[in-house]
Ligand binder design. Structure first.
Ligand code: AMP
Ligand code: ZN
Length: 505
């Protein structure tokens, strides 16, 4: 196995697609901004992690182990980007009458459940912000000593005029960034931001720590600078986040990193951003209140990997619209793939190679090279040609929409034996994470919580309908179809893949 197609990635710093090589040739170091755990993740947030996971899987597939850190933000993220407003965690804890720790633990668990359902590989390290407050204080002292900060009544602020080219990542300069307004009394420049937020006189925060700048809490941007540099080094390979982070959060991280290292280095060679998941009303966001979550999709009978497939079907730098039609189409496509694989498996018989790789399948990406070599051993030229096209697509700035149709093409390629086709699919799926070799028809048929009928009962009614039709009793057969329709079940007569029925969305 080789990394034959060169990897190129779009770098938000230069707004161009650049060749990618890791700093340390034996390992890629990757940091992803994690969730603020004050609420459930919505589908838009999850798009960010499907993107990161496909990036990581692609790098693994190309033969690099990936040291991946994701942070959990349980302090510091305010309701406003202008350093005023409440801490989102405090607000959630007060309104739920819970401790911040309980709120954080509850939503962290929910988030990890969502990631597991989407077959997202765990990072090498989950890094929790409140575990690193002392590191943050030490970091802030260093940038204070370097002359990059100033103190106000409300805390310690970063002076963005002290770093070169502030806001380069946002494609703007200095105070132009986001046209921010100086809501904080005494800020020298509108783009300056809080490094440490001193607790207001007489008001105790739910979470506060003592510091050289008085009791208070760290600014949100500090945690990512501190944890990424601590675990991945002063200059690592790739830093990811949603495109909303390109304008403020990541500009501020870069400024802090430069002040800390005393260099112009930004902290990461590549800054990569996924575009938004939108719905008809615009960008999906938690503050809209009523938003779509993964469990709410599952409740409607939609397999979570259909959402993963939907995400993979759009390039990560394009907006993606979430709609009932789009998710239904993704579910249908996934079902067809699963059925296609099932038909190949029925013909291929025992797959010794599949057993050999199953044990390592979910373990850290380092195992991917081994798995690929087992899967791909001895494949004929027609199969390696398909894999070469797949390689080219995923290596070109993660062009997954171009890689996906190769799955259908492989399933249909009669010049390969079923076993060979399955091996090509299994290799591709290491990078895609759709579980094509293990998902089956039964697993895909999730019963919505609102469904009035169990799958077994549907199957039994379908058998009765077959008997009625054989006896040319069309009135009885139609009555069964209508009764099933009334329970939200649609019968799919003549479905080419033998998918007899589906739950209406
Ligand atoms: P948060 O929990 O709000 O800090 O966000 C977690 C991640 O989701 C960040 O990388 C955000 O940039 C990203 N994000 C937020 N909203 C969306 C959206 N509608 N589409 C895609 N990514 C998003
Ligand atoms: Zn961050």
């Amino acid at each position: 196995m080789t990394r034959s197609a060169p990897v190129t990635l779009f770098n938000s710093l230069t707004r161009t697609i650049e060749p990618f090589e890791p700093i340390d040739p034996t390992m890629v170091r990757l940091y992803s901004c994690g969730p603020t755990v004050y609420n459930f993740a919505h589908l838009g947030n999850l798009r960010a992690y499907v993107f990161t996971d496909s990036l990581r899987r692609m790098l693994n597939w190309k033969g690099w182990p990936v040291n991946h850190v994701i942070n959990i933000t349980d302090v510091g993220h305010l309701t406003s980007d202008a350093d005023v407003g409440d801490d989102k965690m405090e607000l959630a804890a007060r309104s739920a009458n819970m401790t911040i720790w309980d709120v954080a633990a509850f939503y962290t668990q929910a988030f990890k459940r969502d990631l597991a359902a989407l077959n997202i590989i765990d990072p090498t390290l989950w890094s929790v912000a409140t575990d690193h407050v002392q590191d943050m204080i030490a970091f802030a002292r260093k940038i204070e000593a370097a002359g990059s900060t100033y103190e106000l009544e409300s805390g310690l602020y970063f002076d963005t005029s002290t770093v070169p080219d502030y806001g380069r990542l946002a494609g703007a300069r200095g105070d132009e960034v986001m046209g921010r307004i100086a809501e904080v009394e005494g800020k020298r420049h509108p783009s300056d931001f809080a490094v440490w937020r001193r607790s207001p006189e007489g008001a105790e925060r739910l979470m506060e720590w003592t510091s050289p700048w008085g009791p208070g809490a760290p600014g949100w941007h500090l945690e990512c600078s501190v944890m990424s540099l601590k675990y991945l080094g002063a200059q690592f390979d790739i830093h990811t986040g949603g495109i909303d982070h390109r304008e403020i959060h990541h500009c501020n991280e870069i400024a802090q990193n430069q002040a800390f290292t005393g260099t112009e280095k930004t902290g990461a060679n590549f800054w990569m951003h996924n575009n938004f998941l939108i719905d008809r009303t615009g960008k999906m966001s938690k503050s809209k209140g009523d938003f779509a979550t993964l469990p709410s999709l599952i409740d409607k009978g939609i397999h979570p990997l259909a959402y993963r497939l939907l995400c993979l079907s759009a390039h990560y730098r394009s907006e993606l619209e979430f709609s009932v039609e789009n998710i239904a189409a993704a579910l249908t496509r996934l079902k067809r793939l699963v059925m296609g694989v099932a038909q190949l498996r029925a013909k291929a018989g025992e797959l010794a190679w599949l057993r050999a790789i199953t044990e390592t399948r979910y373990s850290r990406g380092a195992a991917t090279s081994y798995q690929r070599s087992v899967i791909e051993e001895g494949l004929p030229a027609a199969a390696t040609a398909l894999l070469a096209r797949f390689d080219e697509a995923v290596s070109a700035d993660l062009m997954l929409p171009r890689a996906l149709p190769l799955l259908e093409e492989t399933i249909a390629l009669k010049t390969l034996t079923p076993d060979q086709r399955l091996r090509v699919l299994a290799s591709m799926d290491l990078a895609l994470g759709l579980e094509l070799l293990t998902l089956d028809r039964v697993a895909m048929r999730i019963r919505p919580t609102h469904a009035q009928i169990e799958a077994d009962a549907v199957e039994a009614r379908l058998e009765q309908r077959k008997t009625a039709r054989a006896a040319k009793d069309f009135a009885a057969s139609d009555a069964i179809r209508d009764a099933l329709a009334a329970s939200g079940i649609e019968i799919m007569d003549g479905d080419p893949l033998g998918w007899d029925w589906k739950i209406e969305l």
